[in-house]
Design a protein around this ligand. Structure first.
Ligand code: ARG
Length: 399
């Protein structure tokens, strides 16, 4: 019996060619698995397309809800931003796809899993490390890394064999999209000085002109409602993308460090992510005890690095998740945001678990703060420095 391989299938040129190429070159049977992570396209036709390319089986899975709940949710609670900016759009979808690739490999008795990534990017790292973490016995295959085809070659290969593709010879950008955002690379943007052409933006085309307020409700760090309406996370994110995107909010243009040592100019659109991260961080300001909050802030960049670097299914990531989950018990409440063309900012927050004490914070005369306590506290706080300064000879002649 031929070896069976589960392929992460996107329906694009590379993975369509990969189906046939692996079948012909390696004599394997290919099972194509396509996952809907909210890329905003109907994936139903992909099954036929994969079969047309030569797959023996094709599976299309709607994993949007799972993606939001098990991958986006934890990253949001961790305020995960790679290099302090990138909300990990593509990095988050790879582990959910990986989980299903391994599951389908078991279901079809496959001994290998394949992906269509090139050798230059992060996504190969995420797939391969993820697959090895969930199925250490599975072989990992990367046909695109081996065949050495140019885009022209791939199109010619598909045409010669009647493989259905929708690709044109002109391909300007490499785009990856899901519920959490959209990544756009290549074309003229490979020059980091060149401004991204207007045409690259799809989720953040500004159309709204009137300011608008929105209220996001959180329970234990997870967004659960929009303007008082309860919504499952993936729907809430979807709606928010539409609203926030229409204000042109959520664009990001940066040069980032890939895991494989390449600096890369990246542009992203992540309207819902931008606003939810902002709102979540703000609610933490209101509800987290100081030391817990400060420690969490230190761990957040590490969390983001692990996700970016393909270490989602790792013991360190699990341990950090446990910390984050424990930290979120009281992160419940509401955050009010004001949307204006080109910007969005928090204008208010409230929570039953608020640690904000008006009596302590107010500058009114009638507060509950014992001012006399401050004197001794501040003196002791500065005592060590004062001693040190005196030793440095900083005392005046009078002392
Ligand atoms: N640089 C981003 C990341 O590593 C985006 C990658 C987008 N992937 C793609 N196949 N275009 O997460």
């Amino acid at each position: 019996m031929a070896k069976r391989v589960v392929l992460a299938y996107s329906g694009g040129l590379d993975t369509s060619v990969a189906v046939r190429w692996m079948t012909e070159e390696w004599g394997v049977e290919v099972i194509a698995v396509a996952c809907d992570v909210g890329q905003g396209e109907d994936l139903a036709p992909l099954a036929d397309r994969a079969i047309g390319a030569g797959a023996v089986e094709a599976v299309v899975l709607d994993v949007r809800e799972e993606f939001a709940r098990d991958f986006v949710g934890p990253a949001l609670r961790a305020n995960a931003l790679y290099e302090n900016r990138y909300p990990l759009v593509s990095a988050l979808s790879r582990p959910v796809i990986t989980r299903h690739l391994v599951e389908q490999a078991r279901r079809f008795d496959a001994t290998a899993v394949a992906h269509g990534c090139t050798g230059k990017g992060n996504d190969q790292v995420r797939f391969e490390v993820g697959i090895r973490s969930l199925g250490p016995d599975l072989e990992v295959l990367a046909p695109v890394r081996e065949w050495g085809f140019t885009r022209e070659d791939s199109i010619a290969y598909a045409e010669q064999r009647g493989i259905p593709i929708s690709a044109t010879r002109e391909k300007l950008y490499s785009i990856d999209e899901n519920l959490w955002g959209r990544a756009i690379e290549c074309g003229e943007m490979e020059d980091p000085w060149a401004q991204p052409p207007e045409g690259v933006w799809a989720m953040t085309v500004p159309t709204a002109t009137d300011p608008r307020e929105i209220t996001v409700g959180f329970v234990a760090g997870t967004p659960v409602s929009l303007d008082g309406r309860s919504l499952p996370l993936y729907e809430l994110i979807g709606e928010l993308n539409g609203i926030v995107g229409s204000y042109g909010v959520g664009r990001l243009d940066m040069v980032e460090n890939r895991r494989v040592g390449i600096k890369s100019r990246e542009t992203y659109e992540a309207p819902a992510a931008t606003v939810l991260l902002e709102a979540h961080r703000d609610l933490e300001g209101l509800t987290l005890e100081r030391d817990l909050h400060h420690e969490k802030l230190r761990l957040e960049p590490r969390y983001a690095e692990l996700v970016y670097d393909g270490l989602w299914f790792s013991p360190l990531k699990d341990a950090l998740d446990a910390f984050v989950t424990a930290s979120q018990v009281h992160v419940s409440g509401e955050v009010r945001l004001l949307l204006e063309p080109g910007r969005c900012h928090v204008v208010g927050r409230r929570s039953d678990a608020s640690l904000y004490d008006y009596g302590l914070a107010t500058y009114d005369a009638e507060d509950s703060f014992n001012h006399a306590d401050a004197e001794g506290f501040v003196r002791l706080w500065g005592l060590g420095l004062q001693t040190w300064a005196a030793r440095q000879g900083r005392g005046g002649s009078a002392s």
